[in-house]
Design a protein around this ligand. Structure first.
Ligand code: TXA
Ligand code: MG
Length: 313
Protein backbone atom coordinates (compact mmCIF):
# COMPACT_ATOMS: atom_id res chain seq x y z
CA UNK A 1 0.00 0.00 0.00
CA UNK A 2 1.16 3.58 -0.53
CA UNK A 3 0.11 7.15 0.19
CA UNK A 4 -1.08 9.67 -2.38
CA UNK A 5 2.32 11.43 -2.32
CA UNK A 6 4.14 8.13 -2.80
CA UNK A 7 1.83 7.25 -5.71
CA UNK A 8 2.67 10.58 -7.36
CA UNK A 9 6.39 10.01 -6.83
CA UNK A 10 6.22 6.53 -8.40
CA UNK A 11 4.30 7.90 -11.40
CA UNK A 12 6.71 10.85 -11.83
CA UNK A 13 9.74 8.64 -11.95
CA UNK A 14 8.19 6.37 -14.55
CA UNK A 15 6.72 3.58 -12.45
CA UNK A 16 3.27 2.00 -12.29
CA UNK A 17 0.89 2.17 -9.35
CA UNK A 18 -2.62 0.82 -8.74
CA UNK A 19 -5.23 3.54 -8.26
CA UNK A 20 -8.84 3.45 -7.07
CA UNK A 21 -11.72 4.46 -9.33
CA UNK A 22 -15.47 4.12 -8.85
CA UNK A 23 -15.58 1.20 -11.32
CA UNK A 24 -12.54 -1.03 -10.64
CA UNK A 25 -8.93 -0.40 -9.58
CA UNK A 26 -6.63 0.63 -12.44
CA UNK A 27 -2.93 -0.04 -13.03
CA UNK A 28 -1.73 3.46 -13.86
CA UNK A 29 1.19 5.06 -15.70
CA UNK A 30 1.73 8.63 -16.91
CA UNK A 31 1.01 8.80 -20.63
CA UNK A 32 4.34 10.60 -21.27
CA UNK A 33 6.42 7.70 -19.87
CA UNK A 34 6.82 4.94 -22.53
CA UNK A 35 8.74 2.61 -20.20
CA UNK A 36 5.95 2.81 -17.63
CA UNK A 37 3.34 2.16 -20.33
CA UNK A 38 5.25 -0.97 -21.38
CA UNK A 39 5.40 -2.03 -17.73
CA UNK A 40 1.58 -1.98 -17.60
CA UNK A 41 1.40 -4.58 -20.39
CA UNK A 42 4.19 -6.69 -18.84
CA UNK A 43 2.67 -6.63 -15.35
CA UNK A 44 -0.79 -7.58 -16.62
CA UNK A 45 0.57 -10.04 -19.21
CA UNK A 46 -1.67 -8.15 -21.59
CA UNK A 47 -1.25 -8.25 -25.39
CA UNK A 48 -0.09 -4.95 -26.93
CA UNK A 49 -3.02 -4.99 -29.38
CA UNK A 50 -5.48 -4.23 -26.56
CA UNK A 51 -5.65 -0.41 -26.15
CA UNK A 52 -5.59 1.41 -22.79
CA UNK A 53 -8.07 3.95 -21.41
CA UNK A 54 -6.65 7.41 -20.62
CA UNK A 55 -7.88 9.01 -17.38
CA UNK A 56 -8.30 12.78 -17.08
CA UNK A 57 -9.62 15.14 -14.38
CA UNK A 58 -11.90 17.16 -16.66
CA UNK A 59 -13.41 17.48 -20.13
CA UNK A 60 -11.13 20.47 -20.64
CA UNK A 61 -8.09 18.24 -20.15
CA UNK A 62 -9.56 15.47 -22.36
CA UNK A 63 -9.96 17.94 -25.23
CA UNK A 64 -6.18 18.54 -25.27
CA UNK A 65 -5.63 14.98 -26.45
CA UNK A 66 -8.30 14.75 -29.14
CA UNK A 67 -8.09 15.65 -32.78
CA UNK A 68 -11.76 16.41 -32.63
CA UNK A 69 -14.08 17.21 -29.68
CA UNK A 70 -17.62 17.34 -31.11
CA UNK A 71 -20.50 19.00 -29.20
CA UNK A 72 -21.96 15.55 -28.34
CA UNK A 73 -18.71 14.64 -26.57
CA UNK A 74 -19.05 17.79 -24.47
CA UNK A 75 -22.69 16.96 -23.66
CA UNK A 76 -21.86 13.39 -22.65
CA UNK A 77 -18.95 14.61 -20.52
CA UNK A 78 -21.16 17.29 -18.90
CA UNK A 79 -23.78 14.68 -18.04
CA UNK A 80 -21.71 11.66 -17.04
CA UNK A 81 -18.25 12.87 -15.90
CA UNK A 82 -16.82 12.28 -13.44
CA UNK A 83 -18.29 8.83 -13.82
CA UNK A 84 -18.25 5.40 -15.48
CA UNK A 85 -18.35 6.45 -19.14
CA UNK A 86 -15.41 6.18 -21.58
CA UNK A 87 -15.52 8.21 -24.79
CA UNK A 88 -13.55 6.94 -27.79
CA UNK A 89 -12.58 9.86 -30.05
CA UNK A 90 -9.99 10.69 -32.72
CA UNK A 91 -6.66 11.17 -30.92
CA UNK A 92 -3.95 13.75 -31.53
CA UNK A 93 -0.15 13.33 -31.59
CA UNK A 94 0.17 13.70 -27.80
CA UNK A 95 -1.22 10.15 -27.42
CA UNK A 96 1.39 7.47 -28.09
CA UNK A 97 0.45 4.53 -30.37
CA UNK A 98 1.56 2.31 -27.49
CA UNK A 99 -1.59 3.41 -25.62
CA UNK A 100 -4.00 2.93 -28.52
CA UNK A 101 -2.49 -0.18 -30.08
CA UNK A 102 -1.86 1.88 -33.20
CA UNK A 103 -5.51 2.98 -33.57
CA UNK A 104 -6.15 6.61 -34.47
CA UNK A 105 -8.69 6.93 -31.65
CA UNK A 106 -8.27 7.14 -27.87
CA UNK A 107 -10.56 6.09 -25.00
CA UNK A 108 -10.92 8.90 -22.42
CA UNK A 109 -12.55 8.83 -19.03
CA UNK A 110 -12.84 11.08 -15.98
CA UNK A 111 -13.13 8.75 -12.97
CA UNK A 112 -15.34 9.56 -9.98
CA UNK A 113 -12.92 8.97 -7.12
CA UNK A 114 -11.54 11.82 -5.04
CA UNK A 115 -8.08 10.28 -4.48
CA UNK A 116 -7.46 9.63 -8.16
CA UNK A 117 -8.91 12.98 -9.22
CA UNK A 118 -6.59 14.65 -6.73
CA UNK A 119 -3.54 12.87 -8.23
CA UNK A 120 -4.63 13.80 -11.76
CA UNK A 121 -5.00 17.46 -10.79
CA UNK A 122 -1.62 17.53 -9.07
CA UNK A 123 0.41 15.86 -11.83
CA UNK A 124 -1.45 17.56 -14.71
CA UNK A 125 -0.64 14.59 -16.97
CA UNK A 126 -3.30 12.01 -17.83
CA UNK A 127 -2.92 8.44 -16.60
CA UNK A 128 -3.28 5.40 -18.84
CA UNK A 129 -4.86 2.66 -16.74
CA UNK A 130 -6.38 -0.72 -17.55
CA UNK A 131 -8.01 -2.74 -14.79
CA UNK A 132 -5.35 -3.88 -12.28
CA UNK A 133 -5.64 -7.65 -12.83
CA UNK A 134 -3.82 -10.26 -14.90
CA UNK A 135 -5.19 -10.31 -18.44
CA UNK A 136 -8.43 -12.30 -18.70
CA UNK A 137 -8.98 -12.61 -14.95
CA UNK A 138 -11.50 -10.98 -12.61
CA UNK A 139 -11.07 -7.20 -12.18
CA UNK A 140 -10.19 -5.86 -8.69
CA UNK A 141 -12.72 -3.83 -6.69
CA UNK A 142 -10.61 -3.40 -3.54
CA UNK A 143 -6.97 -2.68 -2.71
CA UNK A 144 -6.79 -6.20 -1.25
CA UNK A 145 -7.86 -7.69 -4.61
CA UNK A 146 -5.03 -5.83 -6.35
CA UNK A 147 -2.50 -7.06 -3.79
CA UNK A 148 -3.68 -10.64 -4.41
CA UNK A 149 -3.61 -10.34 -8.23
CA UNK A 150 -0.50 -8.24 -8.74
CA UNK A 151 1.86 -8.78 -5.79
CA UNK A 152 4.75 -6.32 -5.80
CA UNK A 153 2.65 -3.47 -7.19
CA UNK A 154 2.07 -0.47 -4.93
CA UNK A 155 -1.62 0.26 -4.33
CA UNK A 156 -3.28 3.50 -3.30
CA UNK A 157 -6.14 2.28 -1.10
CA UNK A 158 -9.38 4.07 -1.92
CA UNK A 159 -11.79 1.59 -0.32
CA UNK A 160 -14.25 -0.62 -2.16
CA UNK A 161 -15.32 0.46 -5.64
CA UNK A 162 -18.78 1.94 -5.61
CA UNK A 163 -19.85 0.88 -9.12
CA UNK A 164 -17.94 -2.39 -9.28
CA UNK A 165 -17.82 -3.15 -13.02
CA UNK A 166 -15.88 -1.38 -15.77
CA UNK A 167 -17.08 1.77 -17.52
CA UNK A 168 -19.51 1.93 -20.41
CA UNK A 169 -17.45 2.55 -23.58
CA UNK A 170 -18.87 4.43 -26.57
CA UNK A 171 -17.12 5.47 -29.77
CA UNK A 172 -18.15 8.85 -31.14
CA UNK A 173 -17.80 9.45 -34.90
CA UNK A 174 -18.87 12.52 -36.84
CA UNK A 175 -18.03 11.50 -40.41
CA UNK A 176 -19.84 10.84 -42.69
CA UNK A 177 -22.59 11.36 -40.11
CA UNK A 178 -22.92 11.50 -36.33
CA UNK A 179 -22.63 7.95 -35.04
CA UNK A 180 -22.37 6.49 -31.55
CA UNK A 181 -21.36 2.92 -31.06
CA UNK A 182 -21.59 0.95 -27.82
CA UNK A 183 -18.29 -0.93 -27.44
CA UNK A 184 -18.83 -2.16 -23.88
CA UNK A 185 -22.00 -1.92 -21.75
CA UNK A 186 -21.62 -0.55 -18.22
CA UNK A 187 -23.55 1.18 -15.48
CA UNK A 188 -24.09 4.34 -17.53
CA UNK A 189 -27.05 2.83 -19.40
CA UNK A 190 -27.16 2.88 -23.21
CA UNK A 191 -30.72 4.22 -22.93
CA UNK A 192 -29.55 7.18 -20.80
CA UNK A 193 -26.94 8.09 -23.39
CA UNK A 194 -29.61 8.15 -26.11
CA UNK A 195 -31.92 10.21 -23.91
CA UNK A 196 -29.18 12.75 -23.21
CA UNK A 197 -28.63 13.25 -26.96
CA UNK A 198 -32.32 13.36 -27.91
CA UNK A 199 -31.90 16.73 -29.70
CA UNK A 200 -29.33 15.27 -32.10
CA UNK A 201 -29.75 13.03 -35.09
CA UNK A 202 -27.49 10.13 -34.24
CA UNK A 203 -27.00 6.73 -35.77
CA UNK A 204 -26.71 4.31 -32.85
CA UNK A 205 -24.80 1.08 -33.23
CA UNK A 206 -24.81 -1.63 -30.62
CA UNK A 207 -22.12 -4.23 -30.19
CA UNK A 208 -20.16 -4.40 -33.40
CA UNK A 209 -18.11 -7.52 -32.83
CA UNK A 210 -15.48 -6.53 -35.37
CA UNK A 211 -14.15 -3.68 -33.27
CA UNK A 212 -11.95 -4.76 -30.42
CA UNK A 213 -13.70 -4.20 -27.13
CA UNK A 214 -12.77 -5.77 -23.81
CA UNK A 215 -13.92 -9.32 -23.65
CA UNK A 216 -14.53 -9.54 -27.37
CA UNK A 217 -11.56 -11.75 -26.70
CA UNK A 218 -13.72 -14.57 -25.46
CA UNK A 219 -12.38 -15.51 -22.04
CA UNK A 220 -12.48 -12.55 -19.72
CA UNK A 221 -13.21 -11.78 -16.07
CA UNK A 222 -12.57 -15.48 -15.36
CA UNK A 223 -12.63 -16.70 -11.73
CA UNK A 224 -10.09 -19.29 -10.50
CA UNK A 225 -12.52 -22.20 -10.91
CA UNK A 226 -15.13 -22.54 -13.71
CA UNK A 227 -18.39 -20.63 -13.47
CA UNK A 228 -21.53 -22.40 -14.68
CA UNK A 229 -24.70 -20.41 -15.44
CA UNK A 230 -27.75 -22.52 -14.63
CA UNK A 231 -30.94 -21.63 -16.49
CA UNK A 232 -32.91 -24.78 -15.74
CA UNK A 233 -34.20 -26.50 -12.65
CA UNK A 234 -32.41 -29.76 -11.96
CA UNK A 235 -31.12 -31.89 -9.11
CA UNK A 236 -27.51 -31.53 -7.92
CA UNK A 237 -26.75 -34.97 -9.34
CA UNK A 238 -28.13 -34.14 -12.79
CA UNK A 239 -26.20 -30.86 -12.74
CA UNK A 240 -22.92 -32.60 -11.86
CA UNK A 241 -23.45 -35.23 -14.56
CA UNK A 242 -24.28 -32.60 -17.11
CA UNK A 243 -21.26 -30.40 -16.29
CA UNK A 244 -18.90 -33.39 -16.35
CA UNK A 245 -20.27 -34.55 -19.67
CA UNK A 246 -20.07 -31.14 -21.31
CA UNK A 247 -16.66 -30.16 -19.91
CA UNK A 248 -15.27 -33.72 -20.11
CA UNK A 249 -14.21 -33.57 -16.44
CA UNK A 250 -14.75 -35.48 -13.20
CA UNK A 251 -16.04 -32.81 -10.87
CA UNK A 252 -17.74 -33.90 -7.65
CA UNK A 253 -18.81 -30.68 -5.93
CA UNK A 254 -19.84 -27.09 -6.56
CA UNK A 255 -20.55 -23.89 -4.67
CA UNK A 256 -23.61 -21.70 -5.27
CA UNK A 257 -23.11 -18.01 -5.92
CA UNK A 258 -25.85 -15.46 -5.36
CA UNK A 259 -26.35 -11.89 -6.50
CA UNK A 260 -28.62 -9.13 -5.13
CA UNK A 261 -31.74 -8.25 -7.09
CA UNK A 262 -30.91 -4.55 -7.64
CA UNK A 263 -28.63 -4.29 -10.69
CA UNK A 264 -26.36 -1.63 -9.18
CA UNK A 265 -25.92 -3.68 -5.99
CA UNK A 266 -25.21 -6.79 -8.07
CA UNK A 267 -22.58 -4.86 -10.08
CA UNK A 268 -20.95 -3.63 -6.87
CA UNK A 269 -20.45 -7.15 -5.48
CA UNK A 270 -20.10 -9.23 -8.68
CA UNK A 271 -16.30 -9.40 -8.83
CA UNK A 272 -15.76 -9.88 -5.10
CA UNK A 273 -18.29 -12.75 -5.09
CA UNK A 274 -16.57 -14.35 -8.09
CA UNK A 275 -13.22 -14.06 -6.31
CA UNK A 276 -14.56 -15.44 -3.03
CA UNK A 277 -16.29 -18.33 -4.77
CA UNK A 278 -13.12 -19.01 -6.77
CA UNK A 279 -11.17 -19.56 -3.54
CA UNK A 280 -13.43 -22.29 -2.16
CA UNK A 281 -12.55 -25.99 -2.03
CA UNK A 282 -15.29 -27.03 -4.44
CA UNK A 283 -14.71 -27.80 -8.12
CA UNK A 284 -16.85 -25.15 -9.78
CA UNK A 285 -19.25 -22.25 -9.17
CA UNK A 286 -22.96 -22.25 -10.03
CA UNK A 287 -25.04 -19.13 -10.56
CA UNK A 288 -28.72 -19.89 -10.85
CA UNK A 289 -30.28 -17.50 -13.38
CA UNK A 290 -33.33 -15.78 -11.86
CA UNK A 291 -36.08 -13.89 -13.76
CA UNK A 292 -34.96 -10.45 -12.44
CA UNK A 293 -31.56 -11.03 -14.02
CA UNK A 294 -33.16 -11.04 -17.46
CA UNK A 295 -34.30 -7.44 -17.22
CA UNK A 296 -32.72 -4.79 -19.48
CA UNK A 297 -30.96 -3.16 -16.50
CA UNK A 298 -28.91 -6.33 -16.13
CA UNK A 299 -27.36 -6.10 -19.63
CA UNK A 300 -23.95 -4.89 -18.38
CA UNK A 301 -23.91 -7.69 -15.80
CA UNK A 302 -24.71 -10.29 -18.45
CA UNK A 303 -21.88 -9.01 -20.58
CA UNK A 304 -19.48 -9.90 -17.71
CA UNK A 305 -21.22 -13.12 -16.65
CA UNK A 306 -21.15 -14.57 -20.17
CA UNK A 307 -17.46 -13.87 -20.53
CA UNK A 308 -16.61 -15.09 -17.03
CA UNK A 309 -18.48 -18.37 -17.44
CA UNK A 310 -17.30 -21.64 -18.93
CA UNK A 311 -20.73 -23.18 -19.49
CA UNK A 312 -24.44 -22.39 -19.65
CA UNK A 313 -26.94 -25.14 -18.91
O1 TXA B 1 -13.82 1.37 -15.77
C1 TXA B 1 -12.90 1.24 -16.54
O2 TXA B 1 -12.98 1.51 -17.75
C2 TXA B 1 -11.56 0.73 -15.97
C3 TXA B 1 -11.01 1.74 -14.98
C4 TXA B 1 -9.64 1.40 -14.47
O3 TXA B 1 -11.04 3.02 -15.55
N1 TXA B 1 -10.62 0.44 -17.01
C5 TXA B 1 -10.74 -0.62 -17.84
O4 TXA B 1 -9.68 -0.78 -18.69
O5 TXA B 1 -11.67 -1.38 -17.82
P1 TXA B 1 -9.42 -2.12 -19.53
O6 TXA B 1 -8.08 -1.93 -20.11
O7 TXA B 1 -9.58 -3.31 -18.68
O8 TXA B 1 -10.44 -2.04 -20.68
C6 TXA B 1 -10.27 -1.03 -21.64
C7 TXA B 1 -10.86 -1.44 -22.95
C8 TXA B 1 -9.88 -2.14 -23.87
O9 TXA B 1 -9.88 -3.53 -23.68
C9 TXA B 1 -10.40 -1.78 -25.24
O10 TXA B 1 -11.19 -2.79 -25.73
C10 TXA B 1 -11.23 -0.52 -25.00
O11 TXA B 1 -11.22 -0.26 -23.65
N2 TXA B 1 -10.59 0.60 -25.68
C11 TXA B 1 -9.64 1.44 -25.22
N3 TXA B 1 -9.27 2.32 -26.16
C12 TXA B 1 -10.01 2.03 -27.25
C13 TXA B 1 -10.09 2.56 -28.59
N4 TXA B 1 -9.33 3.57 -28.97
N5 TXA B 1 -10.96 1.99 -29.44
C14 TXA B 1 -11.73 0.95 -29.06
N6 TXA B 1 -11.69 0.39 -27.82
C15 TXA B 1 -10.85 0.92 -26.94
MG1 MG C 1 -9.86 -5.21 -17.91
Amino acid sequence: MCSEDQAIEILNRGGVVAIPTETVYGLAAQIDKPEALKKIFQTKERPFFDPLIVHVYSAQQAKDYCDEWPPVAQILADNFWPGPLTLVLPKNEKISPLITAGLDTVGLRCPRHEKTLSILRKIQIPLAAPSANKFGKTSPTSAQHVAESLPGIQVLDGGECEVGIESTIVAVKTEPQLQIELLRPGMVPWGEIKKTLKNYTVEYIEGNKEILAPGSLDDHYMPDIPLVLLEQNMSDKTLLDSVNKKLKLHFSSFVNMDLPEENYMAARVLYSRLREAGKCKEDFIVLKVKPFMLEEAWAPLWDRLKKASSLKI
